[in-house]
Design a protein around this ligand. Sequence first.
Ligand SMILES: Cc1cc2nc3c(=O)[nH]c(=O)nc-3n(C[C@H](O)[C@H](O)[C@H](O)COP(=O)(O)O)c2cc1C
Length: 157
Amino acid sequence: MKPLVIYYSYRGNTKSIVDMIQKKIDADVLRIETVVPYSTNYNQVVNQGQDEVNRGYCPKLKPVDINLDQYDTIILGTPVWWYTFAPAMHTFLKSQNWKGKTVYPFATNGGWIGHTFEDFQSVCQGADVKKGINIRFDETTLRTSKKDIEKWIDAIH
Ligand SMILES: Cc1cc2nc3c(=O)[nH]c(=O)nc-3n(C[C@H](O)[C@H](O)[C@H](O)COP(=O)(O)O)c2cc1C
C-alpha cells in the first residue's frame, strides 16, 4: 500500500519538502487549500494567522477527493503558525478518522516549533503518531540538513 502525503503550504517551503519526499518514495500526494485564499501580503497573513490560531478557527477547505481508508501510512506536512500547525491543517485533521493509521508529521518553521507535534498527537486520536521532524527555514532558505531530512524519509514505511 502506497503512503499518502497530505500537506498545506502558504509560501512554498512545505511544498519543497514534499517534492523531496516524492523523489525518494512512491506516494500519493494531496495538497489542501482553503476556499478563501490568504492574502499575498505576508505580514497581514502573520497577523491573521495569530488571530485564527488563538480562536481555534478552522477555515473551510476546497473539497478533496480522498478516502483515507485506502492508506495505512500518512505523512502530514504543515508550516508552523503561531507554535502549532496551520489552521488549514487543523480543519483537515479534525475532519478525518485517524484510528489505526500510522502518521509521520513534519513541520517547517523559522525556529519556533512550539507545541506543533504534541498537537498532532492530540488531534489524530487513535493513530500511531511517529516522532515528527522539525525542518528549519530562514524565510525561504532551508537550514535543516538535507541529509537529516532524507534519513527521516528513509525511515518511513
Ligand atoms: C501566520 C504565520 C505564523 C507563523 N508562526 C511561526 C511560528 O510560530 N514559529 C516559527 O518558527 N515560524 C512561524 N512562521 C514561519 C513559517 O512557519 C515558515 O516560514 C514555514 O516554513 C512556511 O511554510 P510554507 O512556505 O510552506 O507556508 C509563521 C508564518 C506565518 C505565515
